[in-house]
Design a protein around this ligand. Structure first.
Ligand code: PMP
Length: 374
């Protein structure tokens, strides 16, 4: 027996994470349901084998080749041309955002986000001793710009996180709203060295951006005019490589250079770098499933509404639906049928990720039976 000197504030905390259950339809963590093809597997295996030959050496610390490949990918995906020096990457976009909080948050500083939203943000704040403050979204999950502006001006947060498309609601942020938040963020950061005015860093978490509907712009388009903007992306979702652990962000060179101060040396292994580069070379194939997942999502929203439920419009690869008097009971009944979804979001609501047509059929059959049984 020992009594460990756990840091004050962590005593009652538990590790974050959704249940990891081996069931036929895993629709709870917004993964891409399609595994890589044999050609992609072979290329990744070869690249990893080559990297393994040099494992006695530390990996490339600043990974310029991967940063350039990610910049090229963003250029192809969104039409926004960026330099490799404007890209930063780490083991998932979770780690990328933790780097941002490590660099700009800290004791006496605040991070602001708009709830309901992704439940890891308070953990980045906790882990960097940053205050976490939220502004509630409107009933349609849009951001109340007046309330946001007021809160930003009084709080002077170091970091604001806007999630677009938002998790767990699926809601994308209109470009005009983001422009307004970026404008308010100018000069609204905490006092800098010798009291100088600073700009608050605005993270736009675009983990699900590739699933957005046509006409919904990416925040990448605003990078050129906003050196305090950081747009985070990930290979975990549309790219179908959650197991790779590769997240990244695009920002001004100044912002990226600050992140390089807080990263641990060699945080991206040579194996990760090699596998990510090989996967990026197959981006067209890996992204090929996005259109069908979007169509499946839109069909799912229609089906849920036809059952008399509320299903929110989604620009992501999941749908929030309800309400249920006892959402936990609905979750359990689906699980008994081998369909794993997520209890998350506003009271009474559940979230389901878009899976393969077979998985979605299993979901509809199971939920349909629950609704019929009443
Ligand atoms: N942002 C959002 C909104 C997410 O939903 C997730 C994953 N669920 C992440 C970031 C983190 O993803 P990863 O670390 O796999 O890149």
């Amino acid at each position: 027996m020992t009594i460990l000197p756990i840091r004050p504030g962590l005593e009652d905390e538990t590790p974050y994470g959704a249940p990891e259950l081996e069931v036929p339809a895993r629709l709870n963590v917004n993964e891409n349901p399609h595994p890589p093809s044999q050609a992609v597997i072979d290329d990744i295996a070869q690249a990893v084998a080559r990297a393994a030959g040099g494992l006695n050496r530390y990996p490339d610390r600043d990974f310029p080749a991967l940063r350039q490949a990610l910049a090229d990918y963003l250029g192809a995906e969104s039409g926004v041309r960026l330099a490799g020096e404007q890209i930063w990457a780490a083991n998932g976009s979770n780690e990328v955002m933790l780097h941002v909080l490590q660099a700009f948050g800290g004791p006496g500083r605040a991070c602001l986000s708009f709830t309901p939203t992704y439940s890891m943000y308070p953990e980045y704040a906790r882990d960097t001793l940053t205050d976490y403050v939220t502004v509630e979204r409107r009933p349609d999950f849009s951001i109340d710009l007046e309330a946001a502006g007021e809160r930003m001006r009084e709080l002077r947060p170091a970091v604001v996180i806007v999630t677009s498309p938002n998790n767990p609601t699926g809601t994308a942020l209109p470009a005009a709203d983001l422009r307004e938040i970026l404008a308010v963020a100018r000069g609204s950061g905490p006092a800098g060295a010798d009291g100088a005015e600073t700009d608050c860093v605005v993270i736009v978490d675009e983990a699900y951006a590739e699933f957005r509907r046509p006409g919904v712009p990416s925040a990448l388009e605003l990078l050129a005019d906003n050196p305090h903007l950081a747009v985070t992306r990930t290979m975990s979702k549309a790219f179908g490589a959650a197991g790779l652990r590769l997240g990244y962000l695009a920002a001004s060179r100044e912002l990226v250079d600050v992140l390089r101060i807080v990263r641990l040396p060699y945080h991206l292994s040579a194996i990760t770098q090699a596998a990510a580069l090989a996967a990026l070379a197959h981006r067209e194939e890996l992204m090929g499933q996005v259109a069908s997942l979007r169509a499946e999502r839109d069909g799912l929203v229609d089906w849920l509404r036809a059952q008399g439920l509320t299903a929110h419009e989604s620009d992501a690869n999941f749908v929030l639906f309800g309400p249920f008097a006892d959402r936990r009971a609905v979750f359990e009944r689906l699980l008994a049928d081998g369909v794993l979804i997520r209890v998350v979001g506003p009271e009474g609501f559940l979230r389901v990720s878009v899976g393969t047509p077979e998985e979605m059929r299993a979901f509809r059959d199971s939920l349909g039976a629950v609704l019929t049984a009443g």
